[in-house]
Write a protein that binds this ligand. Structure first.
Ligand SMILES: C[S@@+](CC[C@H](N)C(=O)[O-])C[C@H]1O[C@@H](n2cnc3c(N)ncnc32)[C@H](O)[C@@H]1O
Length: 243
């Protein structure tokens, strides 16, 4: 490996409010010659928008395309292309990849880093954590996410809605990510378990467009954006009954 090869930094830039970026992440972001980010449907993407105020014209911005599909072959092809692009820039110096929320929490960065390392085992990769969306949503709601001996389950609802019933038997707190497209199914399950009044939805936590729904009784349907999550606080008696 050449001595000039840079480090790939994966930086979690938090859930939306730019003031929630870590000092370390900001320092690395400001000094990197290349700033990569997942290209959103409109080209820039939310991570790039979060850090845009700190980007300097001389920094090269590198949007990487990660398609919003489930076909493994299509995804793997995109990771290969992105890793090859990043590797090219690493020959000249450090590359920062900014990621919405935390970089180790359901993040595209993981696939990028794994693919890069498959092809270049000596590549240096470092991750800088960020504030992930469940924690930001709890703060927006003004509730603790967990206390005492609470058992927390986090599910990407889009893929796991069928598992919700069994999770409700043991978890004290359930967070459903990627809930927007399966919200109606989730609502029906919450209704059956009498959990609607113990459930919250937070859209775009910490952004100016943040919206909160508490008690979902009157909301069997909601047009939610992709950046929404649902928190269920299962009353102790319900989760404990199952044990
Ligand atoms: C691919 S995951 C990325 C998670 C992200 N890395 C994190 O640390 O939160 C995307 C899902 O996270 C949740 N999410 C991320 N940011 C959010 C925000 N600001 N407000 C509400 N939900 C958010 C949504 O459920 C969304 O569908």
């Amino acid at each position: 490996m050449s001595a000039q090869v840079g480090i790939l930094y994966g930086i979690g830039v938090g859930p939306g409010d730019p003031e929630l970026v870590s000092l370390k992440g900001l320092r690395l972001l400001k000094s990197a010659p290349v700033v990569a980010f997942p290209a959103g449907l409109q080209g820039t993407g939310i991570a790039q928008q979060i850090v845009s105020q700190w980007l300097r014209p001389e920094q090269h911005q590198l949007p990487l395309k990660f398609p919003y599909v489930q076909e493994q072959a299509v995804l793997e092809q995109a990771w290969q292309v992105a890793a090859a692009e990043v590797w090219q820039y690493l020959q000249q110096g450090d590359v920062v990849f900014v990621c919405e929320g935390d970089v180790s929490f359901y993040s595209t960065f993981t696939y990028l880093a794994q693919t890069l390392q498959q092809h270049h085992p000596d590549a240096q990769i470092q991750t800088i954590p960020g504030i992930c969306s469940p924690l930001a949503a709890a703060a927006a709601l003004g509730i603790p996410l967990t206390i005492s001996s609470d058992r927390l389950a986090i599910l990407p609802a889009l893929y796991t809605v069928a598992e919700l019933e069994s999770v409700l038997k043991w978890a004290d707190v359930v967070v459903l990510l990627k809930v927007s497209s399966v919200y109606e199914q989730v609502w029906a399950i919450l209704k059956a378990h009498q959990l609607l009044e113990h459930s919250y939805v937070v859209e775009r936590a910490t952004l100016p467009q943040q919206v909160i729904y508490q008690d979902l009784h009157d909301r069997p349907q909601l047009e939610l954006p992709y950046f929404s999550l649902l928190i269920i606080q299962v009353p102790r008696s319900k989760s404990a009954n199952a044990n």
